[in-house]
Write a protein that binds this ligand. Structure first.
Ligand code: BG6
Ligand code: BG6
Ligand code: GLC
Ligand code: GLC
Length: 918
């Protein structure tokens, strides 16, 4: 009895002595609560640094956005392939995610070896090997004929800009294949699969880190899961971060999973005070010295080695094995994590220790075994402590993001160290709870690895891909090929000729109206003129003072509103309103009673019998006043002035805005022989040879033709490129069936086309969560200025979203991307169609004059041209492409068409006087 007690006492004493000895020796590895709290704080700071746009480049903890935006919601389904590469085992799987609601996942998998010569050889060969394994799997599982989406779990730090792409930042753990770092692993694997293209038809839709896969796997069963932690060969964690905190990704709503890559914590020296001589020695002998310093203190690949280095040092110091060392103890990697786990087993631990040490060629005493076991405990406990500290930082961040006093959450766990070490989970949980007492944490072990989660991500990605295809299909309708544009140019050319010829003119849709403007200003014009500018965005009254010789013009103008009820009321009301505005202007300028010559810019199709006679053929754009069509607008204006009986005006000229614009620019550049409007409406005029104008007598010289090209296509000749959206816009307009080209190109309609597309995409469930709001049903919400703003390159997505919100459209950031794309497709087509039309005209001019090359200037005006960020560039590029032998200069009309109208008036006045004097 006494002997037993004595033995027990002796053993307790021996144990205590050994533990004290080891504790003293490894004093530096035992971290106090205070130190751990300090590590928590340091890791919090690291996360912040990694998330900041400016600080990320120098941050060691990279906080990589994963483009995984939500945890599974149970609606995922389908059949997927999955690869799991980077942990201790390489697996290929087929995952069947069940029909909606049932949450049933079936997996078939196969392990493949990863020999060192493959994972540390040539990168191309590594990916070829992976593709070979996949092909083998498909063959054995008889999946060859199926086209399946694939999710790739790739457990290394990758920089992602989208889900299906990832540039490897650096290899970690045991991998070190050449030529992979800095390249996209998804495309490398895709390339490698080409070799098997007969057998493999696989689309890699998602690249996920193992932490992300683990989180998603666990979240499928527990919706509270928002963190994933791996403590295996390597160590790492991911968690759901608020988008508003992720500066590297546009958008601020919702959350995105961040792969912290916490293994690199300390790579900038932040943990130097905690690292020991053993950590440094281990690092020097590793594949990636100086890197993954936190991981090297924690994960399975390194724990055994740390123990070995400690034992060696203790033996050398005579503290173990009577100072004897075996040769095996000198060999790197001889002690593995599974040994550490075995030595720490509760009951068999000591016996295991003896066996393991003996296998290493040592002859351990009882005391040695106790001491070695304690070394293992200290090393693995430190690992758990450090993991707990970093995890505590993440949990605190989550709690603070949610502004909660207490956080209830679940952490998905995986990795062999966590799974096979007998004490590890218990210790980790305990320390986490101590460090974050205000979090109720559930630790959930991922039984099925990370692939189930990867399949969930792939399922969502494949749904997104299908939606993307639908969107692309719609936008493809707006992408014109070169052949189509050449076709448009050639058809326009035919229509121009039709309009000019007496026989075909009556039926021509491009009306080619003679304007009786026969020459450019020559600089001798002078005097004071009034001008009206009606038909664009603004109605203006102007006073224009032209001084001869100096080509200088002074202008005063005032903008007046024309209310909708007047634009679409009676003709009399409209003209009375105009005269009212003139009266106000004269008053304002102190010119009451002055009898000035007036030029009337009237931006609608008019048949002219002289410079001061213009019969409105039909209203276009937003005007629809009654009793005007078929009437002479000059007469209507004169009568309205008479009705008012307050002043008299000498109406000398009526001009289209294209003509006014050409004149405005022609005053400065004599080469300007074309006038172009890309504004509310779309139109063009140009100087034509008199001999080609069959409707007007005489063959000498030139006359300006107002093409009214807006009517191009009204005979159906553009039907091959008109979309259902163009037709809807046309049907909802004031003049259905008319001005079809204008309706595909000008500011008044582009926004409407966009709106029709958005309605359709919403109906298809691809936008605005499938909800068509009242606002979206409202005609005219997308004015040219909004299109121009949305498409501005300088604008961040958030700003686009804000514009849409201002327009009353409650959109997500994904919605905003789509809206911007839609706007881009619609405006690009418009600019290209303009380019094709203009190419037809300049080519005609070149041929008519028999020039090899033509140098010509086009005067341009209109809000679309002026405000839109890309319109003018695309227009110019298209003209260059479709009329390569013309050197076209574009000149923006800064002063509007009022100046040109005044110049025309001045010339007409001079001619009028000359006629009278004759
Ligand atoms: C597995 C996962 O269960 O755990 C892998 O499926 C992961 O994706 C691995 O990489 C991590 O643990 P270990 O110990 O294999 O590195
Ligand atoms: C103005 C001209 O600058 O541009 C008008 O003075 C013309 O005559 C107008 O109609 C065209 O652009 P928008 O965009 O106002 O229709
Ligand atoms: C390494 C990798 C990381 C991975 C972890 C666990 O730290 O860099 O991406 O998640 O190991 O496998
Ligand atoms: C409409 C008008 C046309 C005008 C153009 C630009 O197309 O019919 O006359 O030039 O708009 O304002």
């Amino acid at each position: 009895m006494f002997a037993v007690h004595l033995m027990a006492f002796y053993f307790t004493k021996l144990k205590e002595d050994q533990i004290k000895k080891v504790d003293r020796f490894l004093y530096h590895m035992r971290l106090s609560d205070e130190t751990l709290l300090d590590v928590v704080a340091r890791f919090q700071a690291e996360m912040q640094k990694g998330l900041g746009k400016d600080t990320n480049p120098t941050a060691s903890v990279k906080m990589l956005p994963t483009f995984v935006r939500a945890i599974p919601d149970g609606s995922e389904n389908g059949e997927f392939l999955s690869l799991d590469l980077g942990g201790s085992k390489f697996r290929v799987l087929k995952v069947q995610v069940s029909e909606e609601g049932k949450r049933n996942v079936q997996m078939e998998s196969q392990f493949y070896p990863t020999p060192n010569e493959i994972i540390r050889g040539n990168g191309t060969e590594l990916f070829e090997y992976v593709a070979d394994c996949l092909a083998d799997f498909m063959k054995t599982k008889e999946l060859m004929q199926k086209k399946l989406p694939l999710g790739l779990t790739f457990s290394f730090p990758c920089k992602q800009t989208k889900l299906e792409e990832g540039v490897l930042l650096s290899w970690t753990k045991k991998f070190k294949a050449r030529g992979v770092q800095g390249t996209d692993v998804v495309s490398s694997l895709t390339n490698a699969m080409r070799k098997h293209k007969q057998d493999l038809d696989v689309d890699i839709l998602a690249l996920v880190n193992d932490t992300v896969g683990t989180m998603m796997t666990c979240a499928y069963d527990d919706p509270y899961c928002e963190v994933g932690v791996i403590i295996g060969t390597g160590t790492n964690a991911c968690y759901m971060e608020d988008m508003s905190n992720i500066e590297l990704v546009e958008g601020d709503e919702g959350r995105m999973c961040i792969n912290t890559e916490w293994g690199a914590f300390g790579d900038d020296g932040a943990l130097e005070d905690i690292r020991t001589e053993f950590d440094r020695e281990l690092d020097l002998g590793s594949l990636n010295p100086g890197k993954q310093l936190f991981e090297k203190m924690i994960s399975g690949l390194y724990l055994g080695e740390l123990v070995r280095l400690i034992l060696l040092k203790m033996a050398k110091a005579g503290l173990l094995f009577g100072g004897e060392k075996s040769s095996a103890l000198h060999i790197k990697g001889k002690i593995e994590t599974r040994h550490v786990a075995a030595m720490e087993k509760y009951k068999e631990g000591l016996a295991n220790t003896r066996e393991i040490l003996t296998d290493l060629g040592l002859e351990p005493s009882e005391a040695d075994c106790v001491a070695v076991q304690h070394v293992c405990t200290i090393v693995s406990f430190r690992s758990a402590n450090l993991c707990a500290a970093a995890l505590a930082a993440i949990l605190t961040r989550l709690r603070e993001n949610k502004k909660l006093a207490r956080l209830r959450t679940t952490v998905g766990m995986d990795g062999t160290l966590y799974k096979i070490h007998p004490q590890y989970p218990k210790r980790l949980h305990k320390v986490v709870r101590k460090l974050v007492p205000n979090c109720d944490v559930r630790f959930l072990l991922s039984e099925s690895g990370s692939t189930k989660g990867a399949a969930m991500v792939t399922a969502v990605a494949s749904r997104v891909q299908a939606q993307r295809k639908q969107i692309d299909k719609v936008l493809a309708l707006f992408r014109l090929t070169r052949e189509q544009l050449v076709g448009v140019r050639d058809k326009m050319r035919v229509e121009l000729e039709y309009g000019l010829k007496r026989d075909t003119h009556p039926l021509a849709t491009v009306k080619m109206l003679p304007t009786y403007v026969c020459g450019m200003p020559d600089g001798t014009e002078k005097g004071k003129f009034l001008a009206l500018d009606l038909g664009g965005t603004n109605f203006r009254v102007l006073l224009v003072k032209i001084r001869s010789g100096r080509r200088s013009v002074r202008m005063y103008n005032k903008i007046f509103a024309i209310p909708l009820e007047i634009m679409q009321g009676t003709g009399e009301e409209l003209f009375d309103h105009i005269v009212q505005c003139i009266a106000d202007f004269l008053d304002y300028m102190g010119l009451k009673g002055a009898q000035l010559p007036l030029g009337f810019t009237f931006s609608f199709p008019c048949r002219q019998a002289g410079i001061d006679k213009g019969t409105l053929i039909e209203w276009t754009k937003g005007f629809k006043a009654t009793d005007c069509e078929g009437e002479d607008v000059v007469d209507m204006l004169r009568e309205a002035i008479k009705r008012r009986n307050e002043f008299d005006l000498d109406i000398v000229a009526v001009v289209n805005d294209t003509v006014g614009t050409m004149m405005t620019c022609g005053y400065e550049d004599r080469n300007c022989e074309v006038g172009l409007i890309a504004g509310t409406g779309s139109n063009m005029c140009y100087m034509e040879e008199m001999r080609n104008i069959e409707l007007v007598e005489g063959d000498e010289g030139k006359m300006c033709i107002n093409t009214e090209w807006g009517g191009f296509g009204d005979n159906g000749c553009l039907d091959d490129i008109r979309t259902q959206y163009d037709k809807e816009v046309d049907e909802g307009s004031l003049n259905p069936g008319k001005q079809r080209y204008e309706k595909m190109t000008s500011g008044m309609y582009l926004g409407e086309i966009v709106r029709q597309i958005l309605i359709d995409l919403t109906k298809q469930g691809l936008l605005f969560r499938g909800q068509i709001s009242e606002r979206l049903r409202t005609r005219g919400i997308f004015e040219t200025k909004f299109l121009s703003q949305i498409e501005s390159d300088r604008l961040a997505l958030l700003q686009v979203r804000r514009i849409l919100q201002q327009l009353g459209l409650d959109s997500t950031c994904e919605d905003s991307i789509v809206v911007k794309e839609v706007c881009g497709a619609v405006s690009q087509r418009a600019a290209e169609l303009y380019g094709a039309g203009l190419a037809a005209v300049v080519e005609k001019r070149r041929e008519d004059q028999g020039f090899e090359h033509l140098k010509i200037t086009v005067g341009v005006d209109g809000t679309l041209y002026k405000l839109h960020p890309h319109f003018s560039r695309i227009l110019q590029e298209t003209v260059k492409e479709l009329a390569p032998r013309c050197d076209v200069t574009f000149m923006l009309s800064e002063d509007g068409s009022g100046k040109g109208a005044a110049l025309i008036t001045a010339v007409a006045k001079r001619l009028q006087q000359a006629r009278r004097e004759n």
